[in-house]
Design a protein around this ligand. Structure first.
Ligand SMILES: C[S@@+](CC[C@H](N)C(=O)[O-])C[C@H]1O[C@@H](n2cnc3c(N)ncnc32)[C@H](O)[C@@H]1O
Length: 489
């Protein structure tokens, strides 16, 4: 917004005034030094319904000032902040965070670091801006803990993918993606190359048991997407065998099948391919182990990414970076011989959905090796552990609470070998990392890592996609996140 008229003087006892900057219009500035965590403004909000917004606000100047007000109700309201609230400009490294107070219909604004006199006070609008960002004099700095709840509840409506003439379904060219996929080795074209894992299978002496067994599999959750590339039933040598689930190792105990479904069941382990057949040769080879689905695709064809999916990923990586900065702000680092900071963060967003990209159902974690004096408290391990202990996940299943099946994880650093193994065990779908760790990482570094990517090794019972994040901006930068190249992330 540009404004040629002189801004009004604002009566504000917490040291804020309004000032105009070229390219941004009015903004809020500090009249004196303000320490971190100071409440600088409480703005009442004007609430209106989505319908009112659609009819009277959309495509007007109000679009630039209207927020989605998340008050926990299904109907969803829109909000316009009064007072200084509508005048905070955007900056990717904000020095002000905000929280909604739904009990008083107001927004509280606090500094999230020390601010000098004359500095502009900025908030973070989200990852999808609808205007050209002006150069900013605000100093980039670490985001403090408030950052997390600071912006999470609000999002500018004009910033939503669909409302500024961007097609959320548009497929983004591979070169334009904010990450580079690290390509796996050539496909399995000999019997020795076929990657298999042990699975629990049950012999079915009579076909009449099958329907009830399949129903039971569904009910217990054993019918997981991990095995979606395999047929359930194998007929071989006049014997019928049903696939139950993957086994986690030789000493894993078999799932207990109720006697009334099949008396005296014979359950044993059998190797099954880890992925579908992409070529006719693979189909023949893999099906010698277990009947496998044929999903031909063009050579090197990879999953298409839409614009909305990219925005989802930007936001998730921004959250991982914020976690890393949180670790730094909390003083996480190694103290043995020298002090090495460990600003390492991780974030697992809710799976991508076109209509709901707020990413507020995700899990986050950061490195706490220092504060816990525990060498295994890496960001990834902390996150997987929290996820396992969360009530949300426990409600789904007690036994699979560490599983990240079909989920993506965003990391500030390439995970070390131990964390890569933990991610394999968790069956994560894909791993995105910002900073490659060529010497210590388990995912191949930037393509020339010391260790080949662990998920590609033979004998490893899961594979995940590896993507090195290359996009900068939108709240993502590696400044302040670099660590000694010999350290494990
Ligand atoms: C909520 S208003 C902020 C107050 C606004 N500057 C004014 O003068 O009324 C949001 C608008 O401010 C402008 N704006 C905010 N942050 C900006 C930035 N970093 N660079 C350029 N323009 C910005 C954009 O025009 C945006 O639509």
């Amino acid at each position: 917004m540009s404004s040629s008229s002189k801004p009004p003087q604002h009566l504000n006892s917490t040291g804020c005034h309004i000032q105009v900057t070229p390219g941004k219009g009015r903004g809020v500035f500090a009249s004196r030094p303000i320490t971190s965590n100071t409440l600088i403004e409480i703005s009442p909000v004007l609430l209106f319904t989505k319908d009112e917004y659609e009819r009277y606000g959309k495509h007007t100047v109000l679009d630039h000032y209207t927020f989605i007000w998340k008050d926990g109700t299904a109907s969803g309201k829109m909000a316009l902040a009064l007072g200084l609230g509508s005048l905070f400009n955007h900056y990717p490294h904000p020095n002000v965070s905000y929280t909604l107070d739904t009990s008083t219909d107001s927004i509280q604004y606090r500094t999230c670091r020390d601010v000098e006199e004359g500095e502009e006070l900025c908030i973070y609008y989200g990852s999808q801006l609808w205007f050209e960002e002006a150069e900013n004099g605000v100093d980039g700095s670490s985001l403090s803990e408030e950052e997390e709840d600071g912006w999470g509840g609000l999002s500018m409506v004009a910033g939503e993918g669909t409302s500024h003439n961007m097609d959320p379904h548009e497929i983004i060219d591979e070169e334009q993606l904010p990450f580079t996929r690290i390509k796996p080795p050539p496909e399995e074209e000999t019997l020795e190359d076929v990657r298999t894992a042990p699975a629990w299978v049950i012999d079915v002496p009579d076909p009449r048991y099958i329907t009830a067994l399949l129903k039971w599999l569904k009910k217990t959750g054993l019918d997981s997407p991990d095995l979606g590339h395999l047929k359930r039933i194998r007929k071989y040598d006049n014997k019928t065998t049903l696939l139950l689930c993957l086994a986690t190792g030789d000493d894993d105990s078999p799932p207990s099948v109720p006697d009334d479904l099949l008396p005296n069941p014979s359950i044993h382990q059998h190797p099954v391919p880890l992925s579908s057949a992409l070529t006719p040769t693979q189909l023949t080879l893999k099906s010698t182990f277990w009947p496998t689905y044929y999903t031909p695709r063009k050579k090197d064809q990879v999953e298409d990414w839409t614009r909305a999916q990219c925005d989802w990923a930007w936001e998730a990586m921004r959250r991982a970076v914020a976690e890393g900065k949180k670790a730094r702000a909390k003083g996480e680092g190694l103290t043995d011989t020298r002090f090495e900071q460990l600003p390492i963060g991780a974030y697992v967003p809710a799976p991508f959905q076109l209509d709901d990209n707020q990413n507020d159902n995700g899990f986050s974690g950061f490195d706490t090796r220092t504060s816990t004096s525990h060498p295994l408290r890496h960001a990834v391990l902390n996150l997987v552990r929290d996820l396992g202990e969360s009530h949300h996940n426990k409600a789904e299943s007690n036994t699979s609470s560490y599983l990240l099946t079909s989920r993506s994880i965003f990391l500030t650093h390439e995970p070390c070998i131990m964390c890569t193994m933990a991610l394999l065990h968790s069956r994560v779908k894909e791993v995105f990392y910002l900073i490659p760790m060529a010497r210590t990482g388990g995912c191949g570094g930037d393509g020339a890592g010391t260790c080949p990517p662990i998920p590609w090794l033979k004998g490893v019972n899961h594979r995940f996609e590896i993507c090195r994040w290359t996009g900068e901006g939108r709240g993502i930068d590696s400044e302040g996140l670099r660590i000694d190249e010999d350290l494990d992330a």
